[in-house]
Design a binder for this molecule. Structure first.
Ligand code: GLA
Length: 738
């Protein structure tokens, strides 16, 4: 496993536990892509490349007599531009003389046994894994541009990562107009594309569509990875379903503008190019300067979409998220946002904390409104000092009060934003992203700070550190509540304005890095108006992200389902909120709200001081159950059993322990029925011959019966007078091997 280099034929074979990836250098130095998929035992796959003269597909000068050899039809690893490959390019460069052609040819390779970090960018952590890294050196000799393709092979995790380093080895200044992190050409296959689109309060809705003869673009130009398109896509065969078939995943480890282009060409081959969005991007690369792209995590599964997701879940948990939170139970939290919005004082928060501690909640998170002159969303962002008028005695009184109840204390920040009505804006109007002489676009009454300005990052680091040192604060919720517009930085010259959006993200990562270095045990929850920045870049710093501002349990089924294709439930913030739900107005029983929120980092977000005794009792039991199932949910293997967009009766999913010893089946009835039809669910991952007891009953089943025969759900009708069942009944069944 790892990397084999066949020197003579200049062929590279990358192998993980279950996958194989092949490339080859042609006689004129073009790096061809040969194969990615199930293992083929190292067999040279270049027999797949069949030169054929297709009209209007020209030839490199050296091959002008061999008319079948065209860059336009050849499968490649990473392309230059303007030299006769008319498909989407990986790179676009303007040379010092204005020429736009770039012809990348192979120069050599290097192999390393460790994962190289990317300066300024998050990327896969090696952890304790055995990894091998291949650096392939390409160059355009005329422009003197060196392009290194970096492949990291993580055997045991079944993933390969890719990224690119571009160096201007000349004395002249050039411009990078597009630098993708990767490209891949599948010569054969008829794929479907799965992508995760959405909107605020309805993130990551899955869409599956055929790859057709055009270019499909999945991307964001909002300065954030966005609610609207996630930087994660899947290509799969037409027959692939949740449990079987070929599927390829591509996940960008980046939180800013991104773009994935999927193009089917004249000969039915499919090219996928992924990286930073090239719109409004232009990077001035002086002589000797280097540009690093973010990384893409590639995975392949022959075991359908669930198999692919399970690979990503493990990688995110073990190799992306901060390792210090992997083996500890995340605290069950109460967040005061939907309980109070901006309307609270010290006493109200302490009352909520008191009620929370009585039912077993372990942390209170004080949301928006504790700082500056912040009584609504018109003012205060940027002024990271306590609002003493609201919170007399400061934060310490609250933090101490919460700690005295045996609970942890967390605090909300929205570091990258600023209100016009703030001391920060009055002092530093030039710290805002805004075009000279033009009134900026406003959104939620706020503007965006220029995180590419080191003075801004210093200010935020100092002011946040001061707050974090002023009391015992274990947790930060890091919000980001608008899209970026007027992307202009006052510290960059005119010819570097196209760098602003990427420099912004580098500044955000720098601030996160500096804060985590200063406060290594600080747990940061990512958030961007819910799940607007739910990506592997943020997960590198934040082990959990608020999945959506929509807390309605039924909507959450679809949101959490879509999110689960790339990201583990241990990264999805999920809370039980009040009914009628604040976003949809829907009434759903406490029992069902609990089951849905438990498949995430569990918490509550409602006014606990108004609970009835009966509600408190249900919550106490929910928290006990969550603790009981914690490791099964958070480290078990998650499998989607239904699709909330298609299934007629219910949405179901399961967690099974890796050793097959126990299983937790979850289901929520989404379509209530009279005269019901009982759905059958075939469970996964059990031992065929083992006997499992349904915990809390005398019933036993063999693994084979549950997996191949299936389990019948009979609790399909609602009963609003029955607390356990309620409307939209939820089932949580625990099977244990005996
Ligand atoms: C965003 C978050 C919410 C809450 C508010 C506060 O919308 O997603 O959870 O923190 O901001 O203003």
């Amino acid at each position: 496993m790892g990397i084999q280099v066949h020197e003579q034929e200049k062929r590279f074979v990358l192998e993980t536990a279950n996958t194989e990836y092949q490339m080859k250098v042609t006689d004129i130095g073009i790096l061809q892509h040969l194969y990615y998929g199930r293992k083929v035992g190292g067999q040279d796959m270049s027999f797949h490349v069949i030169p054929f003269d297709r009209g209007f597909s020209g030839n490199p000068y050296e091959l002008r007599l061999e008319r079948g050899e065209s860059l336009d039809t050849m499968p490649q690893e990473f392309t230059g531009s303007g030299i006769g490959d008319f498909r989407v390019s990986s790179l676009s460069v303007i040379g010092a003389d204005g020429s736009r052609s770039c012809d990348l040819r192979y120069q050599g390779y290097q192999i390393k046994q460790t994962k190289t970090a990317i300066p300024g960018l998050p990327s896969l952590r090696q952890g304790g894994e055995a990894v091998t890294e291949l650096h392939l050196f390409l160059a355009d000799e005329l422009v003197d541009l060196r392009v290194t393709l970096v492949y990291t092979v993580v055997d045991a995790k079944d993933v390969i990562t890719r990224r690119v380093v571009v160096e201007n080895a000349s004395q002249d200044t050039i411009r990078l107009e597009k630098v993708s992190s990767m490209a891949i050409d599948f010569q054969y296959g008829d794929f479907d594309l799965l992508h995760y689109h959405g909107r605020h309060c309805m993130e990551r809705q899955m869409e599956r569509l055929p790859v057709s003869h055009d270019t499909h673009v999945v991307g964001s130009r909002r300065g954030m990875s966005s609610h609207h398109e996630n930087p994660f896509v899947i290509l799969c065969d037409k027959e692939t379903n949740e449990h079987c078939g070929d599927a390829y995943g591509f996940m960008l480890v980046y939180s800013g503008n991104h773009k994935t282009e999927i193009e089917k060409n004249q000969a039915n081959s499919t090219r996928l190019v992924m990286g930073i969005h090239d719109e409004n991007f232009s990077w001035k690369l002086g002589g000797g300067q280097v540009f690093y792209t973010p990384e893409v995590i590639l995975a392949y599964s022959a075991e359908g979409l669930n198999g692919l997701s399970q690979t990503y879940h493990r990688v995110i948990q073990d190799n992306i998220c901060p390792p210090q939170f992997k083996n500890i139970q995340r605290p069950v939290l109460i967040n005061n946002w939907e309980a109070t919005y901006f309307d609270f004082d010290t006493q109200k928060i302490l009352d909520i904390a008191q009620s929370a501690s009585e039912i077993g909640i372990e942390m209170l998170v004080l949301d928006d409104g504790w700082f500056g002159k912040r009584d609504d969303d018109h003012s205060g962002l940027g002024d990271w000092f306590v609002n003493e008028q609201k919170l007399s005695g400061g934060l310490k009184v609250i933090a101490d009060g919460v700690n005295a109840l045996g609970m942890k204390f967390g605090l909300w920040f929205e570091p990258e934003m600023i209100n016009e009505d703030s001391e920060l804006f009055r002092d530093h109007p030039d710290w805002v992203l805004s075009d000279p002489g033009r009134k900026p676009m406003m959104s939620r009454n706020q503007m965006v700070l220029d995180m590419g300005n080191p003075a801004v990052v210093d200010y935020l680091f100092d002011s946040m550190s001061k707050v974090l040192s002023s009391a015992k604060i274990d947790y930060v919720k890091w919000d980001f509540n608008r899209s970026m517009a007027n992307v202009y930085s006052t510290i960059l010259p005119a010819d570097q304005q196209g760098e602003t959006a990427h420099r912004f993200i580098l500044g955000t990562y720098d601030l996160l890095e500096r804060l985590l270095t200063a406060f290594p045990n600080l747990m940061i929850e990512g958030c961007a108006g819910g799940g607007g920045r739910f990506d592997a870049g943020m997960l590198y710093y934040c082990p959990q992200i608020w999945t959506s501002d929509n807390t309605d349990a039924l909507s959450r089924l679809a949101i959490q389902h879509g999110t689960s294709y790339g990201y583990p439930v241990s990264s999805m913030g999920a809370h039980v909120s009040a009914v009628p739900n604040h976003q949809t107005g829907r009434n759903i029983s406490l029992q069902t709200r609990g089951v849905v929120a438990m498949s995430g980092t569990f918490g509550y977000e409602l006014d606990l001081t108004r609970l009835t005794e009966a509600e408190k009792a249900v919550m106490r039991q929910q928290i006990k159950d969550y603790h009981r199932y914690y490791w099964l949910i958070n480290r078990g293997v998650y499998t989607r059993l239904t699709n909330p967009h298609e299934d007629k009766y219910l949405t179901a999913w399961q967690f099974v322990a890796e050793d097959g010893n126990e299983l937790l089946l979850n289901a929520v009835v989404t379509h209530l029925q009279a005269n019901p039809i009982f759905p059958l669910l075939r469970l996964k991952g059990l031992e065929e011959a083992a006997v499992y007891q349904l915990v809390g009953s005398e019933k036993t089943f063999t693994g084979a019966a549950l997996m191949y025969g299936g389990y019948v759900i009979k609790e399909i009708q609602g009963d609003p007078h029955d607390d356990q069942r309620g409307n939209y009944p939820a089932i949580q069944l625990h099977f244990k091997k005996i």
